[in-house]
Design a protein around this ligand. Sequence first.
Ligand SMILES: [Zn+2]
Length: 362
Amino acid sequence: MNDVLRKVGMAVSAVVVASVFLCSVNVNAQTFIEADISIIKNRNSSVDNPPAERVESDQLYVRFTGAGGVYLATQGVALMADPFFSNPGLGDLMLLNDLRPDETVIDQWLPPTENVAGIIVGHGHYDHLMDVPAILSRLPAEAKLFASQTSNHMLAASIPEARRVDLNSSMASATQRGEWVQVNSKMRILPIEAEHSPHVAGIVFANAVLAEDSTSLPGDALDWQSGTTLSYVIDFLEDADAEKDKVNVQYRVFFQSSSSGYPLGAPPAWLSDDGVPVDLAILCMANFDSVDNYPGGVLNQLKPQNILLTHWEAFWEPYTPNEATVLPGLNIAEFIAQVKQTVSENTAIYLPQRGGAITLEK
Ligand SMILES: [Zn+2]
């Protein structure tokens, strides 16, 4: 960064930090809401980090790995989404220090890497993308990164092109139908153009779109640009029925790691043509109240059988499973009230602690 940009950055980070502290005052006045939420937190989920139980043939195992991240596994294939463990502290963020992955923390808490076919990423901010090169190097050689063009450009210096897939040409959007991207024979993903909710006063920080490969990794928190924000439909597939030329979906999951005003980020209408239900919707809670018709709009469309809520914890505190604290200013009770207004009583709502997991069965 040159000096002028750095000064602008310092000013912006001062605003961010100020808003965080203002929000903390707010949250202290609302401790009764946290008390209420403690009943729901980890409901029907267990913290089993680091060991993952054996996944049976009819199961989908889902672990909330922190920030907007999840680890999903059936018996035959696994996927990581927005994995983030390094959690740089507020000091490094405020001083705009260069951020680097914490390899020790990653090695300690990374879910099982066998069967992981890829990493998908929602957008390029540091809490979604900065650990990806370090994690990809620990995965099987066939595993690839699936992300926006901007995220691809930012990581060009650290991940070979053969292991990066640019999703901008296949994403569904207002102007593109969108198409499935095959991860391997057991999984496919549909990227969907989404929105990044404003951080404060209608502003999204670090929201540039890059058009060229970077020659080095981004440095400080404001160097990690969001680029196009994506949500995903993830299909876990059973063996294809060659005779009938038919794809058999075992589990369908919707994944969204940024709050996004409806209909941005919601699947295109053609998705429902195959009649496959959405087994699980994974939704971001951070800044949900600064976008329109969220989470009601997307839930009303998806009608998922299960909902798992993420991006609710303070991701600048050290990564300790089961001990995360709520993001300052995030009104979890209000979010859950809006969810309950939209979905049927039979829909299960999970709010796992950091490292908490659920297992769905069919
Ligand atoms: Zn972000």
